[in-house]
Design a binder for this molecule. Sequence first.
Ligand SMILES: C[S@@+](CC[C@H](N)C(=O)[O-])C[C@H]1O[C@@H](n2cnc3c(N)ncnc32)[C@H](O)[C@@H]1O
Length: 383
Amino acid sequence: MSPLQQKIIQRIKNKSPITFETFMEMALYEPDLGYYASGNTRIGRAGDFYTSSHLHPVFGVMLGKQIEEMWEIMGRPEDFRIIEIGSGMGYLCKDMLEYLSDARCMIHDARREREIYKHLQYIIVELNPAMREQQKYLLADFSDKVRWVASLKELGNIRGCIISNELLDAFPVHLIEMEEEIKEVFVCLDGEKLVEIKNQPNTEEIDKYLKEFSIELPKGYRTEINLRIKEWLRVINDVLSEGFILTIDYGYPAWDYYSEDRNRGTLLCYHKHQIVEDPYLNVGEQDITAHVNFSSLKKWGEDIGMKTIGFCKQGTFLISLGIDEEIARIHKNSSDYLFEVARIKKLILPGTLGETHKVMIQYKGSGEPKLKGFSFKNLKEKL
Ligand SMILES: C[S@@+](CC[C@H](N)C(=O)[O-])C[C@H]1O[C@@H](n2cnc3c(N)ncnc32)[C@H](O)[C@@H]1O
């Protein structure tokens, strides 16, 4: 039995039972032992799962283009910050900074750094020390541009853009199931084995959430509730004085998330590129995720004064930003064009990350900025 399992078992023995949310928090974030707190996190080919930034650098290029437009809209501030939360291996940061410092940018026939680059600083918020080391290694060429903090709370009075890719789906969630009335899933012990029991919800916030998003669940329906997003937005609101929040993740709006046919929820685990449905296996060695209810991001953001600028599928967003121009450029320059295009397709087409992943951009500031990433009006998603 692993030290993490022992710790969870001890915690249950001391304070039985624990909510699934507490179990997920320990499995992912228990200092030194959890999946995201130890040296165990593996993203990419030799790891447990891929993210968009591992598929092709063009993902970072397109986000760099969107950031550049945000900087223009904000009146080209001299102290613009990009804050990326949960950078994983660091590829998105590298690809964006390569684009934003770009030697490819031709202005009046001269190769120059883009104007924005002089005015920007990139801050990575990463709680995993092993990931931080990996990021520092990968980003050695940008050591003058990037700095690291362990928590958003270390920052304050920021103008710029807060960006995350596949962060919110790793926040611990409450698991609920509808019986005669709504029940919450708790984890307890059968001997030394982790087993579930259902009981009255541990917090009134669960009932409040179901009412807030008009969720009515039929008997036997099991799903998840991510309450941590609310606190995350509150902290962002405290540190961001003006700017954008760009969130990319697996997810749906509430009407789709809690639809009748999704009656077993979206909780999944990833281990060596295999989907594992049992979160009590490989504890600390596998990722546990749940899709994001983007309606909660919108609603809770708007409750504290943020504006929702747009929401759509990742594929739509990248096409609106002009990914086809980048594909044409790669066609001219690449020695392995077909291989590259095959990977880029996985960022945009239906049935790939282009469809499973959604993009939401929120704004704190005056006016209603229009962004190129949402310029395909007829492909907007219903929230
Ligand atoms: C699924 S990975 C995504 C990595 C990366 N964004 C990518 O696209 O490849 C989640 C990342 O978020 C980090 N993380 C999780 N919770 C966090 C938090 N509350 N604050 C900062 N980083 C966090 C993890 O250590 C990991 O680097």
